[in-house]
Ligand binder design. Structure first.
Ligand code: ADP
Length: 322
């Protein structure tokens, strides 16, 4: 309007002077208005588009750098408009990519490290027999079998973890009786002199949950195995089921060494051990709880832990009630 009114005014006065007909006069006015409007819109577009194009160019260069593997590529975010929002999303994405790449590298290093110990032991045992330093007797066979079983466990756990990560863990969810599953787990751990006694302390047979029986068994066995492993003086491992809102909680409580508060949040991480040397001597590889966590979340559940150093720990898994 600002452009058109003065343009039309000047067109009217100039047409009066030029003595044009009314229709010639109108065409003349429109032509001038269009010309002035176009010039102005080109000017405004240039003013706005130039900095915008510059910022889009920055984003495009940063994306290209990311594609080439430069995971530290970031853009400088200015303002609060859509381009700034895009820049923030780009930076967050690059951050996540960098973190997952670092995690992948760490995982490869950890796996190689874990494979080395049992393999070195197997090679050492075989060499000892070949050099005539050890007889190929039952105890040697047992030692070899234990090392091979460790390798087997590591491979199984890694496979399950990667299936769960990819959301491809085959699950067959069904209605299960909590107490029955606890009893089944307890039965898998026969009494051993010097090791904790396993007790099921829930009599409520009506507590039902929805889970995959095989995977739930795997979770519970892992927790009970840990409870025994980290209770060097024996004691009692108590299994309990309770209702927590819409979930059923299955808890495994021990009277073992406990875990210091600073370690507690990390115990669910892959290859994390509170005391590497002790866990190693008891056969732990630091994958058990990571797997428990992944198996529980894959079934719509969650995990938790409370612990007191020197008193014991209670680990639990909560799964949807049926
Ligand atoms: P690991 O194979 O080493 O047992 P996990 O992932 O099962 O690995 O456990 C991680 C770490 O958490 C263990 O190394 C141990 O230090 C600690 N932990 C797990 N369960 C218990 C427990 N019941 N009592 C004390 N510490 C535990």
């Amino acid at each position: 309007t600002l452009v058109l009114i003065p343009a039309l005014k000047s067109a009217v006065s100039s047409s009066r002077m030029a003595g044009r007909t009314p229709s010639e006069d109108l065409s003349h006015r429109i032509a001038i208005a269009v010309l002035v409007g176009s010039l102005l819109s080109a000017l405004v577009t240039a003013l706005i588009a130039r900095p915008l194009l510059g910022r889009v160019g920055d984003l495009s260069r940063a994306t290209a750098a990311l594609r080439e593997g430069k995971l530290d590529s970031r853009v400088v975010v200015r303002g609060n408009d859509e381009v700034a929002e895009l820049g923030r999303s780009f930076n967050a994405l690059a951050e996540e990519l960098g973190a997952s790449e670092a995690q992948r590298r760490q995982m490869v290093t950890d796996v190689a490290h874990e494979l080395r110990t049992p393999l070195t032991n197997i090679i050492g045992l075989v060499e000892a027999v070949r050099d005539g330093l050890r007889a190929p007797d039952d105890s040697l066979m047992l030692a070899l079998q234990e090392e091979a079983a460790l390798l087997n466990q590591l491979v199984d756990d890694l496979r399950d973890l990667s299936l769960a990560d990819a959301g491809e863990l085959p699950l067959s969810l069904e209605m299960l009786h909590a107490t029955e599953e606890l009893r089944r787990t307890a039965a898998a751990f026969p009494a051993v002199p010097g090791e904790s006694t396993i007790v099921v302390a829930t009599a409520d047979d009506d507590l039902t949950l929805r889970a995959d029986r095989r995977r739930l068994g795997q979770i519970l066995r892992n927790l009970v195995q840990n409870a025994r492993r980290y209770s060097p003086d024996g004691g009692t491992v108590t299994l309990r089921a309770s209702r927590e809102g819409g979930m059923v909680r299955l808890a495994v409580a021990d009277t073992g060494i406990g875990i210091a508060p600073e370690h507690l949040p990390h115990v669910w991480e892959r290859f994390y051990r509170v005391d590497g040397s002790r866990a190693k001597s008891t056969g732990g590889m630091g994958l058990g709880l990571a797997l428990v966590n992944r198996l529980a979340t894959a079934q719509g559940g969650r995990v938790g832990v409370a612990s007191e150093p020197g008193e014991g720990s209670t680990f639990w898994v909560e799964l949807p009630a049926e």
